[in-house]
Design a protein around this ligand. Structure first.
Ligand SMILES: Cc1ncc(C[n+]2csc(CCOP(=O)(O)OP(=O)(O)O)c2C)c(N)n1
Length: 373
């Protein structure tokens, strides 16, 4: 196991001290250590992180670190192939990649394919990699830098440390905000208010898990909900596609602030297409709660003004259960696209389960329900 403080101190000693990325639960000791002890940037998405890191390299000549879950590799393919690769600007970056879905390690369906192709994808991108696991020592890792990575970086190539489960020793910081409502209670309150005809597209992470468990507990079945278990940041676009093609139904998107920031352009498209049956709910903890609770920048921006200027028709806000109950009738009866910000705390149940149905079952049930079966 690697002690993150030893690893990051070593990086600092060799003049690697710029860190930018999107948090991941498998990397949470690394991300938490950075948050507490270093200057680091949490980017909107992984492609942005590569671009910010490139700007840092252009300014200093030093090597930046980009950290990400392997599901974010898709988001970096474009800047890696057309910006940082040796055939273009040759900008050296050290990647720290959480390896979800590693073959042989049990994981959720959305991680399986990405887990299988992670090392091949890095190879295709000409990013030399070293896998660390619970048996890897700091000495092993240091010698990879000394005998291989530093040479590659000095030649303008990028390198990656691929992080298996339990490769890092625990390191955890507390995260909290001042909100009183839990995301789970907010999800239950909104869902209980909807009719049997209303459809929900829910975002990646624990929101979808909490929605699934609520439907189980209520014996509702799962046909009204499309759980966007992967593809973080795309649930609002999925919901837009559904809303534009099912004008007789109300389509609700249950989103996270991190997910909205990740592909924020979708807000502009929703606002410009103006589907009257589109209802966007953001459970706002200003954090990536599902992967450890590190902050997003949602509290620094004026999201209500932003969605309004994108063309949303109505905007609502609730920061406690009374406000939520008060606003729900007006929100649901408004003409879309409508946006509801709900302030929630940074917490989730320790015993929260995972969907027990498969994504294909989920899709088939959802399609049947859309078709009125
Ligand atoms: C492209 C991509 N990057 C990173 C992840 C890992 N990930 C899963 S959920 C999540 C946090 C989601 O944050 P937010 O949308 O604010 O919802 P919250 O968990 O706070 O409710 C992250 C970073 C991912 N699944 N996909």
């Amino acid at each position: 196991m690697i002690d993150v403080s030893e690893f990051i101190s070593y990086l600092n000693d060799i003049n690697i001290n710029f860190f930018c990325g999107v948090p991941d639960s498998q990397l949470s000791p690394f991300c938490d250590y950075l948050e507490e002890n270093c200057e680091s940037i949490i980017a909107a998405n992984e492609g942005n992180a590569v671009a910010i890191a490139s700007g840092y390299n252009l300014s200093t000549g030093n090597y930046p670190v980009v950290f990400l879950q392997n599901s974010g590799l898709g988001n970096i393919v474009n800047p890696v192939t057309s910006l940082t690769h040796k055939k273009v600007y040759s900008i050296p970056i050290v990647y720290v990649v959480g390896w979800r879905g590693q073959p042989g390690v049990h994981d959720e369906p959305q991680h399986k394919k990405q887990g299988e192709i992670t090392l091949d994808l890095l190879e295709l991108l000409d990013i030399e990699h070293f896998v660390i696991n619970k048996d890897t020592t700091f000495k092993d890792l240091k010698s990879v830098f000394e005998n291989n990575f530093l040479d590659k970086l000095s030649n303008g190539a990028s390198v990656a440390i691929v992080v298996s489960k339990d490769a890092f020793k625990d390191y955890k910081i507390d995260k909290s905000n001042d909100n009183t409502l839990t995301r789970e209670e907010a999800i239950q309150t909104v869902t209980s208010f909807l009719s049997d005809d209303d459809m929900i597209v829910s975002t990646t992470g624990k929101s979808s898990r909490e929605l699934f468990e609520y439907r189980e507990a209520q014996n509702h079945g799962h046909g009204n909900d499309f759980l966007t278990v992967g593809s973080m940041g795309h649930s609002s676009s999925i919901a837009l596609g559904v809303a534009l093609n099912n004008s007789d139904k109300k389509i609700f998107c249950f989103d996270g602030d991190g997910a909205i920031l990740m592909h924020m352009g979708s807000l502009a498209l929703i606002g410009s297409k103006k589907p009257e049956n589109f209802y966007h709910v953001m459970f706002n903890n200003s954090a990536h709660e599902s992967v450890g609770g590190l902050p997003t920048i949602m509290d620094d921006i004026h999201i209500k003004e932003l969605v309004k200027s994108c063309g949303y028709n109505e905007v609502f806000d609730a920061s406690n259960i009374d406000e939520l109950n008060d606003i729900l009738p007006r929100f649901v009866e408004s003409i879309g696209p409508a946006f509801l910000n709900i302030d929630v705390d940074i917490s989730s149940r320790k015993d929260l389960g995972r969907p027990t149905t498969t994504p294909i079952e989920n899709k088939n049930d959802f399609m049947k329900k859309l078709q009125g079966e």
